[in-house]
Every structure is written in C-alpha cells, then in structure tokens.
Design a protein around this ligand. Structure first.
Ligand code: SF4
Length: 424
C-alpha cells in the first residue's frame, strides 16, 4: 500500500463557514488525519490576499489565499508540515484556476512545500489516504448537520430577547457536533446516531434561548455565489444586517451545491447514454445514502422547519430555472439562484437577496434575468448585492430593499406556514 501523502502534515480548511470548516476538520481527525479549520477571515486576510493578487481575481480567491498566507507568514506552521484543502473544478468559471494560481504564489514566496489536497472520486480519494471513502461520507454528514444547525440559528436569532444568546448556543452546538463527527472508530450507523444525538442537544440549547415569536418578521431568501454568500467576512455579515433592519433570513446552504453536483453528474451520464454503467449505479447509490443521512439528521429538529422545507430534490430547483436558464446549458450558481428564488416565492418568502463577489459572472447573469423572473412571480423584490471586501456601508440600500419587501408582504398571495415550536 502506498504511503499516506498526509503523514506528518496538518490539513487546514478554509473557513467558508466557520462551522463547516470545524466539522470537516473533525471528519479528517475521525480517521486519524491531523486537521484544523483556518482561523476566521479578517482584515489581515484581505490585505495578504490583496497584496499577492492583481485585482482581476474573484474575492473568494483573495480570501482563501489570504487566510493561508496569514498562517504561513505567522510561522504557526512550517510549509512542509501543512496541507491545504482546495477543492478543484473544471466548471464554467475562474474557480478552477484558484489552486494553480495559489501554488504559483506560494512557490514564489518560498512556501512551495505546502501540499494541496483536492479529494476527488476520480482517483478513489487517493489524495487523502486509505480511508478516503469513509472520510468523504463523514465530512458530508458533518456538512449537512452543520447546515441544519445554521438554519435553526437564523430561524431563532432574529427573535431572541437576550442579545447574543443564540450565537452562544449555536457555537456550543457546533462544538458538540464537531466532537460527534470527529469521534474515531464509529461505524456508519453509530456515526449517524452520534451526530443525530449531538444535533438534538444543540437544538435544545438553541430553543432554550429566550425569544418572542409573536410578531413574525419579513422572510428574506439569501442566494448567490457559495463562498461570498456563506463567508460572513466576505459579505459584511449580510444576514445580521438584514436582521438589524427587521428581517429574518433563509439562506441556501452548502449541501445544495453537493446535491447539484450529484444531479449534474447524473445528467452528464444520461447525456452520453451511460445509463447502465457502474458509474451511474454508484452515483444513484450515493444519492440514496446521502438522502438517508439527511433524513436522520432532520428528525432531530422535529417540526422546526415546517414552512421552511428545502426542495425534496435539487432537480426541482433546476426545473424552475429552466424557462430562463436551461440547466443542460447553463451550469452552476446563476441557475440555482434563479430557481431557488422562484422556489422560495412559492414558500411565501418576502424578498430575495443574491450575494456575489464583485465581477462574478453568476451574479451578473442572474441580475439580467431577475426583472423577468420577478414579473412572473407576482413582483417579488429581488436585489443583487456585490461585495469586494471594501466594507462599503449598505444600510441605505438595504433599507430601500426592505421597504419594497414590506409593500410586497402586504399584498402577496402565498401564505407562510409556521412550526408549532415558533407559535407563541
Ligand atoms: S463563481 Fe464567481 S466568484 Fe466564484 S470563481 Fe466563479 S466567477 Fe469567481
């Protein structure tokens, strides 16, 4: 057996979401690989990333590279002991160039010994050693579970009557979840049971936060480019800003992208008429197993997400986008954002914000489509926000958007449903 390429190294995960990076690192530790989340992004991240990029690159590149350089320059870890988790893609935009570009910059700065890992099923996850399959499944479980906890955080925080209580409960919940994900030696069933139990405990902590749900707020869907949408520093903590302006948020989560890549894989196999191949069979089994994990974790939340259900199948979202951006020809987030905006309108949402890095083609294309989409779905307010790390004050823009949301809310035809736990 070939030697584990990660032996003697610590794997660092970019903090797209802090909870996601924590649980993914925990998944690696569960199979004996030393792993840690990167410290959260901050002004130094942006300065480092900005110094070694030309300004033409996307904000997520600056942020992830800046986070890694911050660590290396601090001397906290030697390059030959560091592995950097960088998913790769041959998709439709600049993301595929992040890895090669970072490697070039690291080499020029004398950090060429950093190992980049991009687990892929093309090589049976050989890049992460012998436990690849188990590790990837555990990481998926951690990500779905942390998505659900974040959904509950956004559900409760706008209504808390003790400021900061929900964030404290959420952070403790993420610690419990990371401990469950990182527990070594679990078989598949034991792992799902352990994570479900941690989610129950985390849910209790969040529900114990004093809150007043008597006056439901306008509900704002947050869609857009995955990194910018989820990374608080990149989007100037847009969810909190919406909450400060009187709204509540429903954000597209990380697992949406995983479901989309699954669907895109099946779509591609179908296009090349590879219906009865081992690959097609494997993709369907993976889908089924992932769905089963998700159902198990959802059970920990009882009816918390009544009225906030995600689409049963991501292909439902893709079909909703079809009249504007056919999913066979238009790949990625622009199509998902448009489909999700339409889906959310059907759930009774009051407005949609599409969050993007400045110059991201996903936002640019979706922005061109939204006026037509909005006309068809009863005039739902949809606004695209671009971020470039400058920290520009958007309160005024947000207040105007929330005024439109208020008008729409008065006249909308779809009635929202509320779970029992939130009817007080
Ligand atoms: S999705 Fe947008 S921000 Fe992300 S790599 Fe592609 S173009 Fe850049």
């Amino acid at each position: 057996m070939s030697e584990n390429p990660l032996k003697g190294r610590t794997v660092y995960f970019p903090s797209m979401t802090e909870a996601g990076a924590m649980v993914t690192a925990a998944a690696f530790r569960s199979v004996g690989i030393e792993a840690r989340p990167m410290p959260p992004s901050d002004a130094e991240t942006l300065a480092m990333g900005g110094r070694f990029s030309s300004g033409e690159e996307c904000l997520p590149l600056k942020m992830t590279m800046g986070d890694a350089l911050k660590l290396l320059v601090s001397g906290e870890i030697a390059p030959e002991k560091m592995a950097f988790f960088m998913p790769k893609s041959d998709g439709p935009c600049r993301f595929g160039m992040y890895g090669p570009y970072m490697k070039m910059v690291f080499a020029e700065m004398g950090y060429g010994d950093v190992l980049f890992i991009s687990p892929t099923n093309e090589d049976g996850y050989a890049g992460v050693g012998e436990h690849g399959q188990r590790l990837i499944r555990t990481a998926w479980r951690g990500i779905v579970a942390s998505d659900l906890l974040r959904k509950l955080l956004f559900r409760v925080r706008p209504y808390e009557t003790e400021r900061g209580g929900t964030d404290v409960a959420f952070d403790r919940g993420v610690e419990l979840l990371s401990a469950a994900v990182g527990h070594p030696g679990d078989g598949a069933r034991a792992k799902v049971a352990r994570i479900t139990d941690a989610l129950r405990q985390a849910r209790s902590l969040i529900h114990a936060v004093p809150a007043d749900y008597s006056n439901p707020r306008p509900l704002i869907g947050i869609v857009g480019e995955i990194f910018c949408r989820l990374n608080k520093f990149s989007n100037d903590d847009v969810v909190r800003k919406v909450e400060e302006t009187g709204g509540e948020c429903w954000m597209s989560d990380v697992s949406e992208w995983v479901w989309y890549t699954n669907a895109a894989q099946l779509q591609l196999l179908g296009r090349y008429r590879r219906h009865f191949t081992k690959e097609n069979f494997g993709a369907r089994i993976k889908w089924h197993l992932q769905r089963r994990d998700e159902h198990a974790f959802l059970s920990a939340f009882e009816d918390d997400f009544t009225g906030y259900e995600e689409a049963h199948d991501i292909r439902e979202i893709m079909e909703l986008a079809r009249p504007y951006l056919p999913p066979e020809g238009v790949l990625g987030e622009m199509m998902l954002s448009v489909g999700k905006a339409i889906y959310l309108q059907g759930k009774g949402i009051d407005g949609v914000l599409d969050i993007n890095p400045f110059s991201c083609m996903n936002g640019i294309v979706a922005e061109a489509i939204y006026p037509r989409v909005s006309r068809v779905i009863d005039g739902l307010p949809i606004r695209v926000f671009y971020f470039d790390g400058s920290g520009a004050d958007r309160r005024h823009e947000l207040e105007i958007f929330m005024d439109l949301v208020g008008e729409y809310r008065e006249r909308k035809k779809v009635v929202r449903r509320f779970p029992k736990a939130f009817r007080r």
